[in-house]
Design a protein around this ligand. Structure first.
Ligand SMILES: *[C@@H]1O[C@H](CO)[C@@H](O)[C@H](O)[C@H]1NC(C)=O
Ligand SMILES: *[C@@H]1O[C@H](CO)[C@@H](O)[C@H](O)[C@H]1NC(C)=O
Ligand SMILES: *[C@@H]1O[C@H](CO)[C@@H](O)[C@H](O)[C@H]1NC(C)=O
Ligand SMILES: *[C@@H]1O[C@H](CO)[C@@H](O)[C@H](O)[C@H]1NC(C)=O
Ligand SMILES: *[C@@H]1O[C@H](CO)[C@@H](O)[C@H](O)[C@H]1NC(C)=O
Ligand SMILES: *[C@@H]1O[C@H](CO)[C@@H](O)[C@H](O)[C@H]1NC(C)=O
Ligand SMILES: *[C@@H]1O[C@H](CO)[C@@H](O)[C@H](O)[C@H]1NC(C)=O
Ligand SMILES: *[C@@H]1O[C@H](CO)[C@@H](O)[C@H](O)[C@H]1NC(C)=O
Ligand SMILES: CC(=O)N[C@H]1CO[C@H](CO)[C@@H](O)[C@@H]1O
Length: 787
C-alpha cells in the first residue's frame, strides 16, 4: 500500500496503541498532529477516493466500520459530543448534531437564521397538529419541514439531525411541554410519529435519509418541575403495565414502523436508573426487541445528570461507562468528550466499547450523504428558494384551519355573516400577541398573523376595535373599562385569552388549570356589557377549566398555538369560510384535578385516573370533543360485514384462532373490520373526524383465573379518519381493529386475549356500536416486558 502521510499516521497510531497501550496515543497524536495536509480532504480526493468508507456502493454499516477503524483514539473521543470537530485527513467535516424542527426549522445550535435563510415556515404547535387528527397533514408538514431543513443545510446554515418529535404521552394536564406533543393518547401519538418520521426521513431518493428524526424523550418523561422535584432529579416509578400500555407504544412505533434513526434518552430516571444509563430500555427493549439500529443521543446535559443529580455514579469514569454501556451513543454536551479518555485509561471502558457507538454515529452521517458527491444527491440540490414557498404558506394555513376545535356553539351563533356582523370588538391578551402564536421551539417566521390581523385581512372593510383588556397573568384590571365599552358598541365581540410561555413552558409546569390572572373577570365584564354575542377563543397548549366563563359566552373555540397563519384561520372559522372540525387531543378536567394527585405519581390508574383512558370523573370536555357547523349521520355501510339496520352489530371471535394468526405473523393482525357510512346531513361543507373507541366490559371477564385483567382502560382510541364532505355527500370509512387492540396488558406487561365482551363505538358520542365477544381460554400474545 502506498504510504501517504494519512496512512502512515493511521498505521503508526494503531501500532503504538497495540504495543504500548493508551498513553502512547496521546504522545503520538501530539507529535504527528502537524502532519495532515492543510486543506480538508473529501472523498473526491485521490487520497481517499478508493477507501471503502468513500464507496457509495457499499452498505453504510461497512463504510462506517472502515471509517471508524481509521480514527485514532483521540479522534474517536472527540466525536462523542454534539459539537464534533472535523478530521480533515479523512474528509470528516466539523458537525453540529443539535438542530431543532418541532413545527418548522427552529432556532438551535445547528440552525442559523441568517443571510439567504432568514425564515422558515412555522406550522401550528404540535398539540394543534394532534387536534387535526389528520395524518395526511402530518405527512405534508413533515415533507415541508425536511425540504426546508435540506435547503438550510445546503446553504451551510443547518445540520441534518433534528431533535424532533416529542412523543411523550401528555399524562398530566399541568405539563409545560404537553404543547409539543400530539396529546394524551398513545394510539394517536403512535400514528402521528410513524407518519411524521417517515416523511421527515424519506423522500424522493431512497439511497439517502433526507434528515434524521430523533424520537424523544425516551422514556417516561412528562414533568418539568413539581413540588420541588425537577426533571433532572426525577425518578419516574413506572409499572411494566403502564410502560407497555401507555409510555412505550409511541417509541415502538417510531422505531418499528417509522424506522426512526435516532432516540433521545431523557433526563429522568426510570425505576431508579437514569434513562441514559438504562441498558434495559435502550439496549434490551429498543435495540434487541424492536430492532432499533440508529443512535441514541442524550438530552442536553443528561449524561452529567447520571452522576450529579441522580447520584447513580460517583466518578466521571463510571459515568462514562454507565452511559456508553447503557446504550447512549452521543452526549448532547461535552461530558463524554472531557472524560472518556480517563475512563479508557482506568480500563473502566475499552476502546472497542466506543466503536459500537461510533459506527452508529458515522453510519448515519453516511446515510445522510456527507461522504458522497453532492452531484449524485437530489437533496443536495434543494435551493433556498424552496423555503417559505407559496405552497408552504398555504399548508401552514390549512393545518391551522384543521386544528381549530369548536368547543361550544349555542343556538348556532357561529358562523357569523359578513353581511350582518360589521363592527367587531377584538379583546384580550392573546388577540394581538404575535410571539404567543409560536408556542415553543420555533424559528423566525416569515410573518405572524395574530387574531386581530386575521380579521383585518379577512375583510378590510370590517370596523374593528382592539383592546387588550389585561395580560395573560396579572392583577391589573385597568383595561376592562375600554374593553367593555368596545364590546358594548360592537355587533359581536371576540375575546382571545389563554396561556403563553410565561405560564407553561419547558422547565415550567402549571400549578392550576384555571385561566391565570384576571382573564375570567375580563370575559365576564364583556358578557355583561356586550351588545352582541361574545365568542371565547382560547389559545393554549394544555387544557383549561373554563366552567366559570363558558355559560355566559355564546360560542367557544380552542386554537392551540396556531403558528404563522393562525389568526387568519381563526377569522375564517368565525365567518364560516370553512367549518371547524378539530377535536380535543386531551381531556379537560375540572380545576380540582390538580389537588387529587401529585404530578410525580406516574400510575395511570392512580386517584381519579389519568387521561380519558383511565379518568373516572366527569370531564368538562372529553378527549375527542369538537363540534362542526354541519351535522353528520353514521350508519353501517351496506357493504360491511357488520351491515345491519340497527345501530349495533355483533361479532364473536375465538381467542385461540386470533392468537394463532397473531403469533404466526409475529405482528398484530386484523381481528374484525367495520365499514361506516358517514353522511353530511347539514347545509354546509365540512370536514368530519370519525373516531373509533374500544371499551372492555370489565365485569364480563369470564374466567375468574384471569382476574389480573380486571382493570383495562375504560376506553381506548382504536381508529380515526378525517374526511371532507359536501352537504348531502357520504363516504364509506373502513376501520380494522387488530389483535393487539383487543388484548389486555397485565402487571408484567404481557398481552393476553382474555375471554370478555367489548364494544367498539364510532363517533365521540357513540353513534354506532359494535359488540365483540372474545370466546375461549385466555391466550398470550406477548411475553412479559422483562424476559
Ligand atoms: C451564522 O451565520 C453568520 C453569517 O453567515 C455567521 O457569521 C455566524 O457565525 C453563524 N453562526 C453560527 C452559530 O453558525
Ligand atoms: C444526590 O446527592 C446530592 C448531594 O449529596 C443531593 O443533594 C441530592 O439530593 C442527591 N440526589 C438524589 C436523587 O438522591
Ligand atoms: C458514592 O459515594 C458514596 C460516599 O462514598 C457512597 O455512599 C455511595 O454508595 C457511592 N455511590 C455509588 C453509586 O457508587
Ligand atoms: C337558544 O335557543 C333556545 C331554544 O330556541 C332558547 O330557549 C334560548 O333562549 C336561546 N338562547 C339564546 C342565548 O338565545
Ligand atoms: C405572556 O404573559 C405574560 C404575563 O401576563 C406577559 O407579561 C407577556 O407579555 C405575555 N406574552 C409573551 C409573548 O410572553
Ligand atoms: C401568575 O403570576 C404570579 C405572580 O408573578 C405567580 O405567582 C403565578 O404562579 C402565576 N400564575 C401562573 C398560572 O403561572
Ligand atoms: C349500497 O349503497 C350504495 C349507495 O350508498 C348503493 O349504490 C348500492 O347499490 C348499495 N348496495 C347494496 C347491495 O345495497
Ligand atoms: C357487562 O357485562 C355484564 C356481565 O356479563 C353485563 O351484566 C352488563 O350488562 C355488561 N355491561 C355493559 C355496559 O354492556
Ligand atoms: C477509579 C479510578 O481509578 N480513577 C482514576 C482514573 O484515572 C484518573 C486519571 O486519569 C484518576 O484521577 C482517577 O482517580
Amino acid at each position: 500500500m502506498n504510504a501517504t502521510p494519512v496512512n502512515f499516521f493511521f498505521s503508526l497510531s494503531w501500532m503504538m496503541m497495540m504495543q504500548f497501550g493508551w498513553t502512547c496515543i496521546t504522545i503520538a497524536v501530539a507529535a504527528l498532529v502537524v502532519a495532515p495536509t492543510a486543506r480538508a480532504l473529501t472523498c473526491e480526493d485521490a487520497a481517499l477516493r478508493n477507501l471503502p468508507f468513500c464507496n457509495p456502493n457499499l452498505a453504510w454499516e461497512q463504510r462506517a466500520d472502515d471509517l471508524v477503524g481509521r480514527l485514532t483514539l483521540q479522534e474517536k473521543i472527540s466525536q462523542f459530543g454534539t459539537t464534533a470537530p472535523g478530521v480533515a485527513r479523512l474528509g470528516v467535516n466539523a458537525y453540529e448534531w443539535w438542530s431543532e424542527a418541532l413545527h418548522g426549522v427552529a432556532e438551535s445550535p445547528g440552525v442559523n437564521f441568517t443571510g439567504n435563510t432568514p425564515v422558515s415556515t412555522c406550522f401550528p404547535q404540535i398539540i394543534g397538529v394532534g387536534a387535526t387528527f389528520n395524518l395526511d397533514s402530518v405527512a405534508a408538514m413533515a415533507q415541508v419541514i425536511s425540504t426546508e431543513a435540506r435547503a438550510f443545510a445546503n446553504a451551510g446554515h443547518a445540520g441534518l439531525t433534528y431533535f424532533t418529535p416529542n412523543i411523550n404521552i401528555f399524562r398530566d394536564p399541568r405539563w409545560g411541554r404537553g404543547q409539543e406533543t400530539p396529546g394524551e393518547d398513545p394510539y394517536l401519538t403512535s400514528r402521528y410519529v410513524e407518519t411524521l418520521v417517515q416523511n421527515l426521513q424519506n423522500g424522493e431518493d431512497a439511497r439517502y435519509l433526507k434528515v434524521v428524526a430523533t424520537c424523544k424523550h425516551y422514556t417516561a418523561y412528562d414533568m418539568e418541575d413539581w413540588g420541588g422535584i425537577d426533571r433532572f432529579h426525577f425518578n419516574a416509578v413506572v409499572s411494566d403495565q403502564d410502560l407497555v400500555e401507555t409510555f412505550m407504544p409511541p417509541f415502538e412505533a417510531c422505531v418499528r414502523v417509522g424506522k426512526g434513526a435516532s432516540l433521545m434518552c431523557s433526563y429522568n430516571a426510570v425505576n431508579g436508573i437514569p434513562s441514559c444509563a438504562d441498558d434495559f430500555i435502550n439496549n434490551e427493549i429498543a435495540r434487541e426487541q424492536w430492532g432499533f439500529d440508529g443512535y441514541i443521543v442524550s438530552d442536553c446535559g443528561a449524561i452529567d445528570c447520571i452522576q450529579y443529580t441522580h447520584n447513580y455514579t460517583n466518578t466521571t469514569q463510571a459515568t462514562c461507562a454507565a452511559g456508553i454501556q447503557g446504550g447512549c451513543d452521543l452526549d448532547c454536551g461535552d461530558f463524554y468528550q472531557s472524560h472518556l479518555m480517563d475512563a479508557i485509561g482506568n480500563a473502566t471502558l475499552h476502546e472497542a466499547d466506543l466503536d459500537f457507538s461510533l459506527r452508529r454515529l458515522f453510519g448515519h452521517r453516511i446515510r445522510l450523504g456527507e461522504f458522497d458527491a453532492a452531484s449524485i444527491q437530489p437533496y443536495r440540490q434543494i435551493p433556498v428558494s424552496a423555503i417559505n414557498s407559496q405552497e408552504h404558506q398555504e399548508l401552514a394555513l390549512q393545518i391551522a384551519r384543521e386544528s381549530i376545535v369548536l368547543l361550544g356553539n349555542d343556538n348556532n351563533t357561529l358562523p357569523f355573516s359578513l353581511a350582518t356582523v360589521r363592527k367587531l370588538a377584538i379583546i384580550g391578551p392573546n388577540a394581538d400577541d404575535a410571539e404567543t402564536l409560536l408556542g415553543n421551539y420555533y424559528g423566525d417566521a416569515p410573518y405572524l398573523i395574530t387574531p386581530l390581523k386575521g380579521f383585518q385581512q379577512l375583510d378590510p372593510t370590517l370596523s374593528i376595535t382592539f383592546v387588550k383588556g389585561c395580560d395573560v397573568n396579572s392583577t391589573d384590571t385597568s383595561g376592562f373599562v375600554a374593553a367593555a365599552a368596545a364590546a358594548k358598541a360592537a355587533d359581536a365581540t371576540i375575546v382571545v385569552v389563554g396561556l403563553n410561555q410565561t405560564v407553561e413552558s419547558e422547565n415550567l409546569d402549571r400549578t392550576t388549570l384555571v385561566l391565570p390572572g384576571v382573564q375570567a373577570e375580563l370575559i365576564l365584564a364583556l358578557t355583561a356589557a356586550a351588545r352582541g354575542p361574545v365568542i371565547l377563543v382560547v389559545m393554549s397548549g394544555s387544557p383549561i377549566d373554563l366552567s366559570n366563563v363558558i355559560h355566559p359566552v355564546r360560542a367557544a373555540l380552542w386554537i392551540g398555538y396556531p403558528g404563522q397563519a393562525g389568526g387568519r384561520a381563526l377569522a375564517e372559522a368565525v365567518f364560516g369560510v370553512f367549518s371547524p372540525a378539530g377535536r380535543l387531543p386531551f381531556t379537560v378536567y375540572p380545576a380540582d384535578y390538580v389537588n387529587q394527585l401529585p404530578m410525580t405519581n406516574m400510575d395511570m390508574r392512580a386517584g381519579p385516573g389519568r387521561t380519558y383512558r383511565f379518568y373516572t370523573g366527569t370531564p368538562l370536555f372529553e378527549f375527542g370533543h369538537g363540534l362542526s357547523y354541519s351535522t353528520f349521520q353514521y350508519t353501517w355501510s351496506n357493504s360491511s360485514s357488520s351491515s345491519s339496520s340497527s345501530a349495533t352489530s355483533q361479532h364473536s371471535l375465538s381467542t385461540a384462532a386470533l392468537a394463532a394468526q397473531h403469533l404466526a405473523a409475529r405482528a398484530p393482525v386484523e381481528a374484525v373490520s367495520f365499514r361506516v357510512l358517514v353522511q353530511n346531513t347539514g347545509k354546509m361543507a365540512s370536514d368530519d373526524v370519525v373516531l373509533a373507541f374500544a371499551s372492555f366490559n370489565a365485569s364480563s371477564i369470564i374466567d375468574q383465573s384471569s382476574s389480573q385483567f380486571a382493570s383495562p382502560p375504560i376506553r381506548s382510541l382504536v381508529g380515526f379518519r378525517r374526511i371532507h364532505l359536501a352537504p348531502g355527500a357520504s363516504q364509506e370509512i373502513f376501520f380494522a381493529v387488530t389483535s393487539s387492540q383487543l388484548a389486555q396488558v397485565d402487571s408484567t406487561g404481557a398481552q393476553t386475549l382474555v375471554p370478555s365482551r367489548l364494544q367498539v363505538a364510532f363517533g365521540s358520542d357513540a353513534r354506532l356500536v359494535a359488540e365483540i365477544q372474545l370466546v375461549g381460554e385466555p391466550v398470550s400474545l406477548s411475553a412479559p416486558l422483562r424476559r
